[in-house]
Write a protein of this length. Structure first.
Length: 562
């Protein structure tokens, strides 16, 4: 009899099993946000014009209230919805969150039911101790003047930080779990996360002191056997590393993805059904073949909550397998989506605490807005202005006697002001803070002309896909770069004050402490001597704006060939 039952059971189809035992499939919706950076309020975002895709429209997108609206709609349509983060939820945040140590953002994401968040590089801006406080709660912060000002007691994140490839340098143990299996209805979905292994090159050294960042693929694949033994119904990778695509974010299964994420996606275990990504602030929805040649979605949702990544999964809870996956990007149009009432209350509370400072007018511009949009040569109007402000703050002899200043483009976080129209052309403290939220300290160091040239050549050493690493330079400094030349020979015709740069001479050079420590791979800057600290970059920028009515400077300081 037992043998007879076995034979019959072996011959049953999946559909007949379902008839006997009930449905074995379940639909799951995964909503992900990447590179939110504490943007509780919506900001400008450009989307393709549906009437003419060669044009774009500007919408107010993102904001925690509208994100709450998207989640409410998704959960109403499918109660089996999971909300996840793909890194950089905090750090480099606007004043409404940053002035309160990003605790409003942690609280908001917790209230919205986020389950997991892979750490991004900006989660380490204030060091591992502060990140562990974000997870565990408490008021023992390295910024006690800001901690627990949003709530008298900070409970920490209700979601789990993931980091498969971040270990304590001394113990060799992970500082956060590599993965978490989330129960969704009758199904179980495993989320495994890794941050870019190059995090130490894009974070202030103090932020990653005592930590080691290991290979993303090896770290994720290394925990897959352990995950498989627990028989989840699907495995999704959250990787805070990305790329760029020539295709718009709404082109499905694009084949134009480039950048570091491509090699990572190609190497991740075939058991992973989709790869949700971040870091490069580029919306895309591509398909990349894994080790066996089978394609799977590799998706990213822009930044600041403008786009949310969405995966629609069907899983078989009896055979514990992913049946199908569909990926899409959702525009978070703050003018059309319903607002989450709890998030509205949270935003108002944060604004009440920060608005008196944020709304203080500090300057008037000669234009409605100065943008950080880069020209083909790598310069931006706003980048020139910030470099000029840093030179002005460090040129006096008692401030270091700088003759040139360099600004890293990744430190310019928004246009000035963030939103238009701005008919009065005013700039508030909140606007300035949003542009430069890190609180970096200006440094003046002595470099030889040869070291300056070496730093300029390092602009072209393995830049992240879609990210321009061309340094913004102060007035009086110029050079030419030729992309067709080999590495180490791209830069020529370097001029300072109308004279060719003398490679043997010594110059006083201004930059923020991030660059002075070799951040973004500019190790030549770390060779500087006679280092002198100065003003906070935010103060230098604000003072420069106050001094006169600034108009856009479109004069080309950098010339590009090819």
């Amino acid at each position: 009899m037992k043998r007879h039952i076995t034979l019959i059971g072996a011959a049953l189809t999946l559909s007949s099993c379902s008839m006997v035992f009930g449905p074995s499939t379940q639909d799951i919706t995964v909503i992900g946000v990447n590179d939110f950076h504490g943007n509780l309020l919506p900001t400008s975002f450009r989307v393709p014009d549906p009437a003419d895709r060669s044009k774009t429209l500007t919408v107010q997108a993102g904001g925690i209230e509208a994100i709450g609206g998207v989640l409410a709609q998704a959960r109403a349509a499918n109660p089996n919805t999971v909300f996840v983060g793909v890194g950089d939820m905090t750090g480099a945040s606007p004043l409404a969150s940053a002035l309160l140590r990003d605790e409003p953002t942690i609280d908001a994401l917790t209230q919205l039911g986020m389950q997991v968040n892979v750490v991004g590089n900006h989660e380490f801006d204030n060091g591992i101790k502060e990140l562990q406080r974000f997870q565990q709660g408490g008021c023992d912060s390295n910024a006690p003047d800001r901690a627990c000002k949003f709530n008298p007691t900070f409970a920490g994140a209700g979601f789990t930080y993931l980091a498969a490839n971040v270990v304590d340098s001394t113990t060799g143990k992970r500082v956060f779990p590599a993965y978490k299996i989330v129960k969704v209805g009758q199904a179980r979905v495993a989320f495994v996360g890794a941050v870019l292994k190059d995090t130490p090159t894009v974070v202030t050294p103090s932020g990653v002191a005592g930590l080691r960042f290991e290979d993303e693929v090896a770290s994720v694949n290394g925990v897959l056997p352990e995950i498989r033994r627990q028989r989840p119904d699907a495995i999704i990778a959250l990787v805070h590393q990305g790329g760029a695509s020539k295709d718009s974010f709404d082109v499905v299964n694009c084949k134009t993805l480039t950048g570091d994420i491509v090699k990572i996606a190609q190497g991740l275990d075939p058991a992973i059904g989709a790869v949700m990504t971040g870091h490069t602030h580029r919306g895309y929805n591509c398909a990349v073949a894994g080790p066996t040649g089978v394609e799977r979605p590799v998706i990213q949702g822009d930044s600041y909550g403008h786009l949310l990544q969405r995966l629609d999964l069907t899983v078989d809870t009896r055979l514990h397998r992913l049946v199908s996956v569909k990926a899409s990007n959702v525009v978070v149009d703050a003018t059309k989506l319903p607002k989450d009432a709890a998030m509205t209350a949270l935003v108002q509370k944060a604004k009440t605490l920060t608005d008196p400072l944020a709304q203080r007018v500090v300057a008037t511009l000669g234009a409605e807005q100065l943008t950080r949009a880069v020209a083909p040569n790598g310069e931006s109007v706003l980048g020139r202005l910030i470099a000029d402000s840093q030179l002005a703050a460090t040129a006096p002899a008692d401030k270091g006697g700088a003759v040139v200043a360099f600004m890293n483009p990744g430190g310019i976080r928004a246009d000035l002001p963030v939103n238009v129209p701005n008919p009065n052309r005013t700039v508030t403290y909140g606007d300035v803070f949003t542009v430069q939220p890190f609180g970096n300290i200006l440094q003046v160091v002595t470099l030889t002309g040869a070291q300056i040239k070496a730093a300029l050549e390092q602009q072209f050493d393995n830049p992240a896909a879609g990210q321009n690493r061309i340094l913004q330079v102060s007035k009086g400094f110029s050079y030419t770069w030729d992309n067709s030349k080999p590495k180490g020979e791209k830069v020529s015709d370097i001029m300072l004050g109308g004279q060719p740069l003398d490679l043997n001479a010594r110059y006083r050079v201004a930059m923020n402490n991030f660059l002075a420590d070799g951040g973004d791979g500019f190790t030549a800057f770390a060779q500087g001597t006679d280092r002198l600290g100065g003003d906070v970059d935010l103060d230098a920028f604000q003072n420069y704006l106050k001094a006169s009515t600034v108009t856009p400077d479109t004069t080309e300081r950098i010339k590009r060939l090819n």
